[in-house]
Structures are given as structure tokens and as C-alpha cells.
Write a protein that binds this ligand. Structure first.
Ligand code: FAD
Length: 458
């Protein structure tokens, strides 16, 4: 028999689970139910533990700069399971001309570095003299960065960073939607450098650390044994409010009540519904409520991403693996986007005497990766690791995790899409959205959005 809930949450990734947690705390007497299509919870979060290796399927951590996420870990009783990245992995590398170059972390090391040509470095130094833009139009990350610090820095410093975070192309993504802080820095201070100096002074006065132009400093953080620990904990605490293996297919409304249909033929009703699913899944459900909402949600594109995890005897690797890993500019024409040296970051991710790499392939510039077989992905990953950091021989462990529609792309005009979605939601009433498709793609963003929605609901 169909039940009638106060709130139905669709989707059991971090966004849906965090929302369930907040609702249980803020309004324990409300009848809430979370429906997840798969038989497992977690969405893109997963960890396999195989032969002493811990392999993360998707995300491998979050930055510890969002107080709400750390507070959530406390509330879940997970504070003592938190694991911070090793302090000695501050070195990051970028491939240029087939060779890894260390990303300079100070103005002096930047001027000494060969990551950009001399003229490229001098052009970066001109940044404080570049006039601020008076044009309020949405600008791509690439255009913004080229305008402020030059084309070479855009190609060799910023594009790889954008592909590392978004699996995206800097010339397609909206600066205002992806890195709003950078836009504010220009608007407020007239220059990124001036803004960084002002922010660093303020942070020093307040006894904090400050970050770079893309945001405040943070330390990559996960849980001992892998990120899935957080999902296990949600399941332990809230299993009674969760139904897995139940895919919602359609959402309609009559009077004050939403009616949900499920792939198994069942139905449920709820006074309020939260869609905590990727935008393309949400679009499939809402056509009966609003065509405009459906169109706007379906217009948010996603990029495919594949993660190839490889485990080796450490003697197979020529490079010292002293660092976080490397990213590859598009201009280098490699198939892989880069590699994270997982066991340098979190020592317990490989057994003693072994190392683990994560290699990322795909992204918005490389959709054909979604058509490659796992064998082809592994071959590409091994070839590039071999030529770039001297990894030789057979890996003793191989796992491939494919995300066909892995990472939402906040393209130019994303803000307008959000305005359309929000206008439709407001006119429907009691229908909410959370998740990484809208206002921030990281785990911290998902937690923040779900916290906001929970407060709106109560
Ligand atoms: C390869 C990769 C690496 C990443 N690395 C990082 C990282 O290191 N740090 C970081 O902060 N972020 C990272 N991210 C982003 C991060 O993983 C996501 O932002 C976050 O996990 C999204 O969570 P979510 O709950 O919004 O969505 P999802 O994890 O996609 O969960 C949505 C859930 O909804 C379910 N669902 C879909 N349709 C239906 C339906 N009709 N009915 C019921 N349930 C449905 C799905 O099965 C799924 O479980 C990475 C992402 C990928 C793909």
C-alpha cells in the first residue's frame, strides 16, 4: 500500500544522505523516506578493499576548508576516522614538453621555474596592471585568465587545473559559476594579485592560512580505509528511513500532494519532494510537472570520466612519487588527464612496499573515452605512466571505474539555467533540488546545498 510522507528524498548519494541526516536532526517527528535506485548507497562514492589496497571509485576526498562538512563528520561520530593527506605531498606537477615540472608555490619559485617561458612569466606579473572588465556578461574561465595573466598561463597552468577539478574545458566553462571567487576578486580589488595580498594580510591578522585565487586553502581529507566509510555510517544510522533498489520514474502533483511512481510499479505520496539525483535523472521525472523545468534540467551537460586504479610493487617505479601527482595540459595531446599518487597521499591505500596510482581519462574534451573498453583505458594509463614517471612492468592490481555521465559541466549560461530551474520550482512549490549539478560540484558543495534545503524544508 502506498504511504504518505512529509518528505520524500530521491537519490542516496552524499547529497540525499546528508539531507536525510539534517532533516532527522532538525525535525525528528517528520516522516521522511529516501529512495535510492541502486541496491547500494553512495552514488559516485565507493571504495573497494582488495588485497590490502583501498580503491576509491570516484571522489577520493574533500578539502577540510568547509566547516559544515567537518561538523557533519562530528555529528556522524566519524571525527576520529578522518584521515588527512600526508603533509609532504604539497608538490604538484604539470607535464610540459613531455617532462614533469613542479608547480611553483611562491612568487620567487615561480620566477625561477621553467613551467612557463620567460615571456609567459613576465606576462603573469603584469596582472595587477590589467584593467578590470566592465562587461558584466558571463565569461569563460579561459577568456578571463587569458585576459588577466596571458594565454600561456591559461594553457599550461589553468586548463590542467580545470580538467583536474571539472574534467572540463576552460573555454566552455563559466567563470562565474565555477570560480565565483575569482570574479569577485577582480570586481572588488581590480586584480587577482592585489586581492590575494589583501586576503593573505587579513588571514594573517586572524591567524588563519589563506589560499590561492581559486579559493581558500584546504587539506585533502578522507577517512581511514577510504571515503565509503561515510556512506556506511549513514546507512548504519538511517537505514530505517531508506529504501534501496527503488528507482523513481515519474513525479506528478494533485492539490497539495506529490505522487511518485517507481520502476517496480509502486507509488508513494509526499507533501514535499527533494530530487537529489543528477540533473539528467531529475529531468526524466519532472516532465509531468513542468516542461520548462524538464528542459532546463536536461540542458546541463555532463562529461564522462574514467578512473583507472593501478597497484604496483614500488620497485617498478623510477620516479620518487614525492608529491600529489600530475596534471596534463590539453596541448600535450595525451589521452590521460593526469594521475594522483594515491599511496603518497594516504599511506594506507596500498600494502607495505606497494604503490597505488589513480589515472583519470575522459572529460569534456575527450568524450570518445566513454566508448573505450577497460583494456584500452588501462593500456593508455600504463603507456602514459610509463613514459612520464617511469612505471615499468605489470601492475599487480587493476580496477577501472567508468562514469559515463560523470561530472556536470557549468558551461557559459549556467546561471541562467539555474534561474529558469528556480523560477519553475518556486511556481510548483514544495519541490526542491540538491546535488552537484547546480551550485558546486564537490562533496563540500553537496553538503552545503543539502543543509540549505533541509533548513528551507523545516
Ligand atoms: C571520478 C570522480 C571523481 C571525483 N572526485 C572528487 C573529489 O576528489 N572530491 C570532491 O569533493 N568531489 C569529487 N567528485 C564529485 C563528487 O563525487 C560528487 O559531487 C558527489 O559525489 C555527488 O553526489 P550526489 O549525491 O549529488 O550525486 P550522486 O553521487 O550522483 O548520487 C545520486 C544518486 O541518485 C541515484 N538516482 C539516480 N536516479 C534515481 C532515480 N530515478 N530514483 C532513485 N535514485 C536515483 C543514483 O543511483 C545515485 O546513487 C568526483 C566525481 C567523480 C565522478
Amino acid at each position: 500500500m502506498a504511504s504518505r510522507y512529509d518528505v520524500a528524498i530521491i537519490g542516496g548519494g552524499i547529497s540525499g544522505l546528508a539531507l536525510l541526516h539534517y532533516l532527522r536532526r532538525l525535525k525528528p517527528d517528520a516522516s521522511v523516506r529516501l529512495f535510492e535506485a541502486e541496491t547500494r548507497l553512495g552514488g559516485t562514492i565507493g571504495t573497494d578493499n582488495v588485497d590490502g589496497y583501498s580503491l576509491d571509485w570516484g571522489p577520493n576526498g574533500f578539502l577540510d576548508r568547509e566547516p559544515l562538512t567537518l561538523q557533519l563528520c562530528d555529528e556522524l561520530g566519524l571525527r576520529d576516522r578522518l584521515e588527512r593527506a600526508n603533509d609532504n605531498v604539497s608538490k604538484r606537477f604539470i607535464l610540459r614538453g613531455g617532462r614533469l615540472r613542479e608547480v611553483p608555490m611562491s612568487p620567487v619559485s615561480f620566477m625561477m621555474s621553467d613551467i612557463l617561458s620567460l615571456s609567459g612569466r613576465l606576462r603573469v606579473l603584469m596582472e595587477p596592471f590589467v584593467k578590470r572588465s566592465v562587461n558584466g556578461a558571463d565569461e569563460s574561465i579561459y577568456d578571463f585568465v587569458t585576459r588577466r595573466i596571458g594565454r600561456e598561463a591559461a594553457d599550461y597552468l589553468v586548463q590542467p587545473m580545470v580538467s583536474g577539478v571539472y574534467g572540463g574545458l576552460a573555454n566552455r566553462l563559466s567563470l562565474a559559476s565555477c570560480f565565483p571567487i575569482m570574479r569577485e576578486m577582480e570586481t572588488e580589488y581590480g586584480s587577482l594579485f592585489k586581492a590575494m595580498i589583501a586576503k593573505a594580510r587579513k588571514a594573517r591578522r586572524e591567524g588563519r592560512k589563506s589560499g590561492g585565487p581559486s579559493g581558500p586553502a584546504g587539506h585533502l581529507t578522507s577517512f581511514k580505509g577510504g571515503l565509503y566509510a561515510v556512506i556506511d555510517r549513514f546507512a548504519e544510522l538511517y537505514g530505517d528511513w531508506i529504501t534501496t533498489g527503488r528507482a523513481a520514474t515519474e513525479l506528478t502533483r494533485d492539490n497539495d500532494e506529490f505522487h511518485l511512481r517507481f520502476a517496480d510499479g509502486g507509488r508513494e505520496s509526499a507533501k514535499a519532494v527533494v530530487l537529489a539525483v543528477p540533473a539528467f535523472n531529475a529531468a526524466q521525472m519532472v516532465g509531468g510537472l513542468s516542461n520548462e523545468l524538464q528542459k532546463a534540467m536536461a540542458s546541463i551537460p555532463y562529461a564522462p570520466i574514467s578512473v583507472v586504479c593501478l597497484g604496483y610493487d614500488s620497485r617498478a617505479v623510477a620516479n620518487s612519487l614525492d608529491g600529489f601527482g600530475f596534471l596534463i595540459p590539453q596541448k600535450e595531446n595525451r589521452r590521460i588527464l593526469g594521475s594522483i599518487w594515491t599511496s603518497s597521499i594516504f599511506a594506507d591505500r596500498a600494502p607495505d612496499g606497494r604503490v597505488q596510482f589513480r589515472v583519470m581519462l575522459g572529460g569534456d574534451g575527450n568524450h570518445e573515452v566513454a566508448t573505450l573498453s577497460d583494456d584500452e583505458l588501462v593500456r593508455s594509463a600504463r603507456e602514459d605512466l610509463g613514459s612520464i614517471i617511469g612505471v615499468a612492468g605489470e601492475p599487480e592490481l587493476v580496477r577501472v571505474y567508468n562514469w559515463q555521465q560523470g561530472i556536470p559541466q557549468y558551461r557559459l549560461g549556467h546561471e541562467r539555467v539555474l534561474e529558469r530551474i528556480e523560477a519553475e520550482l518556486a511556481s510548483i512549490g514544495n519541490l526542491y533540488i540538491t546535488g552537484n549539478a547546480y551550485r558546486g560540484i564537490g562533496l563540500n558543495d553537496c553538503v552545503k546545498q543539502s543543509h540549505r534545503v533541509a533548513r528551507q524544508l523545516v
